[in-house]
Design a protein around this ligand. Structure first.
Ligand code: SAH
Ligand code: SF4
Ligand code: F3S
Length: 433
């Protein structure tokens, strides 16, 4: 019996798909296989923007034929989209061939749902409102060696006015510190070389007396040859303690992903982000004064309701002033049930498209300029894979920059020093030394 998992969305979902694979293995499904050969296909969905949903809808729809030809095939759909108000019912109606629908709080029930489905003809559906306890105890089938994801928090309490995550992931819960530490120790013992601590807002982690900087300090102090990343940090919770811990441990990667969303104070206020442009830039300055080589990456949204040309110009100037190494850029997508979706002054798509093109141009120019500076220098990367098209190995340096190189032996999982000979966009090319 074989499984196939299709994942959309963020790292959180990628890691959750590893847990889904863990559940399926326990249930007797032995290996991951191409879609056509699978006995169960699981879609782990995302609803952060409309296009993420459209992708999933299209791909689930295209399975109708396969399901008709293969009567015993099970199709399960889970994740954030299923948790959205009314979406599970809509999916069921539109795609009657779906066998199992499970919400974000129902992941651990998947094995039971498979059993239930075998006993009944109609689809089984399990979408709970909220789950307070943390789902420890599922062993994930990790797919990203030498990197490993470790959850530290679940859910989000921030309610940024555009964002659906708090509605589909529930209230914030922190995992127990002891559980996190023992998971990381185990991963390092197994040979993982990069640990990424995951949460929608890692900075608000709290277990009793332990806040995020103390947790980070403890994880970074674990003995072993590994690197540590964490995401995502919310600018409102940026602290001197966090910077001090980063400075103390050189195994913490020298890049901070700090989503700014906008450079305009008026828009930040409407977004309910709870910081100003000035405060954001002050934090950037502090980080760079303490750790001069630290890089910043960010997320930016254009076309938020009422955004004027002037607001947009403020975002462009923030990109320059904060000197971002790279950025994920998005066109605002109204999400039903969020406050921003009800706001007056929704921006026409043509305007947002024009703005995002300009923003991407600026971000890319900055990225290229920074990449160019690597040429002639060395970079230490952790080799994480092989690019079949380029016929080169690849890996990231501490700043998150991707480096490509040739190697006679398989260096996946090794730290490799490259002499950079060429830079192209965000990527570096070099020779192993
Ligand atoms: N918790 C993280 C990640 C949230 S989702 C954080 O707070 O940074 C990742 C990114 O998607 C967000 O940072 C935001 O830039 C973007 N995003 C969220 N909702 C969106 C929406 N409705 N339209 C467009 N982009 C959105
Ligand atoms: Fe969404 Fe804001 Fe929470 Fe991030 S912090 S998940 S953007 S509500
Ligand atoms: Fe998407 Fe859910 Fe992540 S909405 S971005 S998969 S938390």
């Amino acid at each position: 019996m074989k499984y196939h998992i299709v994942t959309y969305g963020c790292q959180m979902n990628l890691h959750e798909s590893e847990k889904i694979a863990g559940i399926l293995r326990e249930k007797g499904y032995r290996e991951s296989a191409p879609l056509e050969e699978a006995d169960i296909i699981v879609f782990n969905t995302c609803c952060i923007r409309e296009n993420a949903e459209n992708h999933a809808f299209g791909n689930i729809g295209s399975l109708k034929k396969l399901k008709r030809a293969k009567k015993d095939l099970l199709i399960a759909v889970g994740g954030c989209m299923v948790q959205e108000a009314g979406k599970a019912e809509l999916l069921k109606e539109k795609f009657p061939f779906i066998d199992i629908l499970f919400g974000t709080h129902n992941l651990s029930e998947l094995a039971d749902l498979i059993v239930r489905k075998r006993l009944q003809k109609k689809a089984v559906l399990s979408v709970s409102d909220e789950r307070k306890e943390i789902e420890d105890g599922i062993s994930p089938v990790r797919t990203s060696y030498p990197n490993a994801w470790v959850n530290i928090t679940y859910g989000c309490n921030n309610f940024c006015s555009y964002c659906i995550v708090p509605y589909v992931r529930g209230r914030e819960r922190s995992r127990r510190k002891e559980d996190i530490i023992s998971e990381v120790k185990q991963l390092i013992a197994e040979g993982y070389k990069e640990i990424t601590l995951l949460g929608q807002n890692v900075n608000s982690y709290r277990d009793g007396e332990t806040a995020f900087p103390a947790l980070l300090d403890e994880v970074a102090s674990i003995k072993g040859n590994f690197r540590l990343r964490f995401m995502t940090s919310h600018p409102k919770d940026f602290s001197a303690e966090l910077v001090a811990v980063m400075k103390k441990h050189t195994n913490i990667c020298r890049v901070l992903h700090l989503p700014a969303q906008s450079g305009s104070n008026r828009i930040l206020e409407l977004m309910n982000r709870r910081y100003t442009r000035e405060k954001y830039l002050e934090n950037v300055k502090y980080l760079k004064s303490e750790i001069p080589d630290a890089e910043l990456t960010t997320d930016l949204i254009v076309g938020f309701p009422t955004e004027t040309e002037e607001d947009f110009e403020d975002t462009l100037s923030l990109v320059r002033e904060a000197d971002f190494a790279s950025a994920f850029t998005f066109i605002y997508s109204p999400r039903k049930g969020t406050r921003a979706a009800e706001m007056e002054g929704q921006i026409p798509e043509e305007v947002s498209k024009e703005r995002i093109v300009k923003l991407i141009e600026l971000v890319n120019a900055q990225t290229r300029e920074k990449s160019g500076k690597y040429v002639g220098h060395t970079a230490e990367i952790l080799c994480e894979g092989y690019d079949e098209k380029k016929k080169l190995y690849l890996g990231r340096d501490t700043y998150g920059r991707m480096g490509y190189f040739a190697s006679e032996t398989n260096p996946i999982g090794e730290f490799v020093t490259l002499k950079i000979t060429r830079a192209s966009g965000i990527s570096l090319y070099g020779e192993r030394i």
